[in-house]
Write a protein that binds this ligand. Sequence first.
Ligand code: HEC
Length: 110
Amino acid sequence: MMTTLRAWTLCASLGLLSVPALAADVAAGQAKAKEICQACHGLDGNSATADYPKLGGQYSDYLAKALRDYKSGARKNPIMAGFAGALTAKDIDNLAAYYASQPPVLARKY
Ligand code: HEC
C-alpha cells in the first residue's frame, strides 16, 4: 500500500500524471474492452465474424458517436443498447480512443 502511494507520489512529482483533463484514457479503454467488448469485437477491434463490426482503426469520433447514439436510443440495436447503456460518457471516450488506436482492420476484409 505504502509502496503504491510512493510510486504515485513519485510519478506525480515527475509530472508523469499531468495528462490534460479532457484527454481520453486509452489504458482504461483497453481494460473496459477486455472486460466487455472483446467477446464480440475482439480485443484489437478485429472481430472474428462478420456479425460484429470491426472497430480497430475507426475514427474515435465515429465510435464515440455510435456509442452515444446506442445509449440514447437514436441508433437502435438491442444488443448494443444494453452494452452502451451501461457506459459512462468517460467510458465512451476511453473506449473510442482505445479502439481508434488499434491497427486499422476495416480495409483488410476484401
Ligand atoms: C454480444 C456482442 C457484443 C458486445 C459484447 C459488444 N458489441 Fe458492439 N456491436 C455488436 C453488434 C451486433 C453490432 C452491430 C449493431 C448494429 O447493426 O447497429 C455492434 C456495433 C458496435 C459499434 C458500431 C460500429 C459501426 O461501425 O457503426 C460500436 C462502436 C460498438 N459496437 C462498440 C462496442 C463496445 C465499445 C463494446 C463494449 C462496451 C461493445 N460494442 C460490446 C455486438 C456487440
